[in-house]
Design a protein around this ligand. Structure first.
Ligand code: SF4
Ligand code: ZN
Ligand code: ZN
Length: 300
């Protein structure tokens, strides 16, 4: 198969659009898509101090490389990387070594935090003591950690590497849980909701996971051979398998789910109500934030 743009040997066929791409054109198309998202949705400003949440997986390292390339054209912008160690052992240690290597190579400042430093307990210690799924605990505590670390670093935006597959999974999970308001409060575009909440953006939100994986491979980004020990325990894992199977049988369903999410957002405007947690003072929708509730239980 030949590249639809230059005629070289193709490595990727995009069933949705019927186009094939060689490695060079593929990378350009992905980077153009990310740049377009950033401009179209006003995700970043030319003089932003941009914090990138980098776990060390293929998505976040690809995003860091893309943003580094894009931001070269904006000399007043600044890129920093934020990584959080949940204490899940060998996988995260390997990932963080990779993050350090890429940050060194790109000359990007890396700010590291850990559950142990921030909360006094690691994820496995909490998971043993509370009856919530480890991924639920991890998501809540990591979200808070990233906000605190990027705010303390003076960031104007916090960029996350959530891709199309992540968004489609999130839509389905929230529908299955009946948490429609929570779903509609999410947005890949920036919003100033509370002075203590660094606006989050997700420039990969409409790019497929397999495309980000190929981008990472073609960019020489290695992936960890280890998995998080909790990965199979989450609802997200099962929804991911389900959506991948459905996508093989009905090409384009992940885009369709994203389209439905946009239409729901249009039809049903949700303005998140945010106040400060009575215990930690961090932004939350309830009197006490979910992180404090979890930590109270974990500490006994
Ligand atoms: Fe956290 Fe779950 Fe991901 Fe492991 S699989 S890093 S526990 S969200
Ligand atoms: Zn080409
Ligand atoms: Zn709190």
């Amino acid at each position: 198969m030949k590249c639809s743009l230059c005629g070289r040997e193709a490595v990727y066929f995009k069933a949705h659009s019927g186009q094939a791409f060689c490695p060079r054109c593929f990378k350009r198309v992905i980077e153009r898509g990310v740049r377009r998202n950033i401009c179209r949705y006003k995700m970043l400003e030319p003089d932003d101090r941009i914090a990138v949440a980098v776990s060390g997986g293929k998505d976040s390292l690809s995003l860091l490389r893309m943003l580094h390339k894009i931001e070269q054209k904006f000399p007043k912008s600044e890129l920093i990387a934020i990584s959080v160690d949940e204490g899940i052992g060998r996988k995260r240690e390997e990932d963080l070594r990779r993050v350090e290597g890429v940050c060194r190579e790109l000359g990007v400042e890396l700010i590291k935090g850990s559950f142990k430093d921030l909360y006094g307990v690691s994820l496995p210690e909490i998971a043993e003591r509370v009856d919530l799924g480890p991924c639920t605990v991890c998501g809540i505590l990591r979200r808070k950690a990233l906000n605190v670390l990027s705010r303390e670093a003076g960031a104007d935006k916090l960029v996350t590497a959530h891709n199309l597959d992540d968004w489609a999974q999130t839509v389905i999970i929230n529908l299955m849980r009946g948490t429609v308001e929570r779903l509609l409060a999410l947005d890949p575009r920036p919003a100033r909701i509370h002075p203590k909440l660094v606006p989050r953006v997700a420039p990969l939100f409409n790019i497929r996971e397999e495309e980000v994986a190929l981008y990472a491979y073609l960019s020489g980004i290695g992936v960890s051979g280890e998995n998080c020990p909790y990965v199979r325990s989450s609802m997200r894992y099962r929804v991911r398998l389900f959506l991948n199977r459905m996508e093989r049988e009905h090409s384009g369903i992940k885009y369709a789910i994203l389209g439905a999410y946009w239409r729901l957002k249009e039809a049903w405007k949700v303005t998140p109500k945010v106040r400060e947690c009575r215990i930690c003072g961090e932004p939350t929708s309830a009197e006490v934030c979910q992180a404090c509730l979890i930590l109270e239980k974990a500490r006994g």
